[in-house]
Ligand binder design. Sequence first.
Ligand code: PLP
Length: 345
Amino acid sequence: MSCTENYAGICPAALDYFQQANNSGHELAYGDDIWTQKVCDALRDLFQTDCEVFFVFNGTAANSLALSALCQSYHSVICHELAHIETDECGGPEFFSNGSKLLVGKGENGKLTPDTIEAIVTKRSDLHFPKPKVVSITQATEVGSVYSVEEIRAIAAIAKRRHLKLHMDGARFANAVASLNVHPSEITWRAGVDVLCFGGTKNGLPIGEAVVFFDTHLAEDFAYRVKQAGQLASKMRYLSAPWLGLLENNTWLSNAQHANAMAERLYLYLKELPQVRIMFPRQANAVFAELPLPVIKGLQAKGWRFHQFIGAGGCRFMCAWDTQEETVTRFAADIKQLSEAIEPV
Ligand SMILES: *Cc1c(COP(=O)(O)O)cnc(C)c1O
């Protein structure tokens, strides 16, 4: 069980297209190749709408550049206090937008609520405070929960009323779609999302994320931002073509379904252990749990790698597209054995 999905390798379908793209000889550069065109069309087919698509190397760039396209330097972005853009992007969104401020709000299970957003928007309206311009939500969230269709619609409604754009950090978008069992359009443009950062890396790509503008006006000049930020791949086909492997046969969805199922399996084991406290609802591909410190140390000594957060005891166990049932079983058995060794039941 590793700390996060980026410990996993490339899924075979993506790797196959990487090689196919290489076998096609010389191709135009900077995204004018046939592979990139095919992937853009495939994404438009998937979402059943006319959208503008861009490929960048990572999620930090996708989020930072997408937000910078929505904001002037004097604007602000409303997000959850646990949002990746706030906690894990080294100020990238502020940097690329030349100073747009993030305004953080609280909310259970890592989710913003319409009330939180309303409170932030109405707190100040004078010109001494950066003007709210965007709401950013993460789907699935940083704590493994998922916004329902209704929750997104409600957030989009308040955003619309307050003239805010809606951005979605979809580093784990596939896991959210799999969890909700809805069409991807239902939790994006049909619900009011203007721009989606669609994560590929954590779903089985070698590298890369897609920035999908459903409001195509917002994509004007976006290519220049990508280039200026050093995110325009010269041999773009290697960034784009592997997406065809994910999109063909809905591999993106089956990868996510598998990862979610492995997390559910782990959850079912852990919830039976009295020494373990589950911290958030298991909805996507993660289980967050508080474990006694000796158990954490014991797991590390056995070579398990995972992320610890929120003070002492909070652990994050992520499942990837290739996590094996046998690994989950072995991991859960190790936790059980270590727990019983310190606190016999
Ligand atoms: C992983 C992740 C990203 C992207 O991170 P990079 O390391 O920049 O690719 C963005 N948002 C969330 C919620 C993530 O978990």
